[in-house]
Design a protein around this ligand. Structure first.
Ligand SMILES: Cc1cc2nc3c(=O)[nH]c(=O)nc-3n(C[C@H](O)[C@H](O)[C@H](O)COP(=O)(O)OP(=O)(O)OC[C@H]3O[C@@H](n4cnc5c(N)ncnc54)[C@H](O)[C@@H]3O)c2cc1C
Ligand code: FES
Length: 266
């Protein structure tokens, strides 16, 4: 299945207009960059830097989390894990953000889709949230399957709860929902009804489970892959991932791929 690229990326500066701590090491940043906000689609991403240093040097990729084309803003939901995100955490309202985007192919929602399932592990919900909102706008029923280490890290759960048909949670410590694998709940739903499309982000393990379920229940499924990126625009081949048709650039042919095309070696 071919997924067309839908945008020519812009290289511009944006303004940081909000940067708040949500929980532990999870943050939400709001960036004003009208040209990008007007073109951005769910599942696409930006390459971003807020540093002019040699270390970190390269821009970092982040998905659009909430897109407000009319306000000219978009949000990034991010986890502090290394040098770049540490600088992001310390950034202040009014700081400039160097951006390249929108990048990547974005999610495809087939015509006549009645319902979808979204399966997110941890920060994976950052990428899936605009898809959830877009699906809601189109009157598509949403089944959400959310998984995290602990209950407080089930991000956006109130918002998702308020717009979804059903929400299922699992946490590693059992503090919210069940312990165990969230795709077991998906299988229970699939036994009862047809799900048109399943979207997954944030876990190879869950993606592999979805591939197994797909063989059994025959539905469309897409995964948003995350690879280390250097250029973000298809030039360096630093982000390739193995697929049935050879290696593909996650930044250019992806980051969204049909689940059945992706090969995980481990
Ligand atoms: C298309 C795409 C969309 C993304 N969207 C988001 C998002 O919405 N929110 C978010 O928090 N993160 C997202 N990421 C991941 C994000 O880009 C990385 O967390 C970020 O680049 C880390 O930068 P850093 O300088 O803080 O960490 P670094 O100092 O570069 O790395 C710190 C540690 O994290 C590891 N690491 C870095 N990047 C990745 C990665 N992509 N996968 C696995 N391990 C990694 C490194 O190996 C290292 O061990 C996305 C990645 C891609 C490819
Ligand atoms: S990051 Fe350079 S080709 Fe994808």
């Amino acid at each position: 299945m071919k997924i067309e690229n839908i945008n020519i990326p812009l290289m511009i500066s944006g303004n940081l207009i909000e940067n708040i701590n949500l929980n532990d090491n999870y943050y939400r940043m709001r960036i004003e960059a009208p040209q990008i906000a007007r073109k951005a689609k769910p599942g696409q991403f930006v390459m971003l830097s807020m540093w002019e240093t040699k270390d970190p040097f390269l821009k970092r990729p982040f998905s659009f989390h909430n897109i407000e084309p009319d306000l000219g803003t978009f949000d990034i939901l991010y986890k502090e894990i290394g040098k770049g995100t540490q600088i992001m955490v310390k950034s202040k309202v009014g700081d400039l953000v160097e951006l390249i985007g929108p990048l990547g192919n974005g999610f495809m929602i087939p015509e006549n889709t009645n319902n979808i399932a979204v399966v997110a592990r941890g920060i994976g919900i950052a990428t899936l949230m605009p898809l959830i909102l877009e699906s809601k706008k189109r009157g598509i029923a949403i089944y959400a399957f959310l998984s995290a280490q602990t209950g407080s890290l089930l991000l956006c759960s109130n918002e998702i709860n308020s717009i979804s048909e059903k929400v299922f949670y699992t946490t590693d410590d059992g503090s919210k929902g069940a312990k165990g694998i969230v795709t077991n709940f998906l299988e229970n739903v699939l036994k009862e009804e047809v799900i048109d499309v399943v979207y997954v982000c944030g876990s190879k393990r869950l993606t592999k489970h979805i591939r197994n379920l797909q063989r059994k229940y025959n539905f469309l499924a897409f995964v948003s892959l995350e690879e280390h990126m250097a250029c973000g625009i298809g030039a360096c081949k630093g982000c390739v991932h193995k697929t049935k048709d050879g290696y593909k650039r996650v930044c250019k042919e992806g980051p969204i791929f049909p689940v059945e095309e992706v090969i995980f070696d481990d």
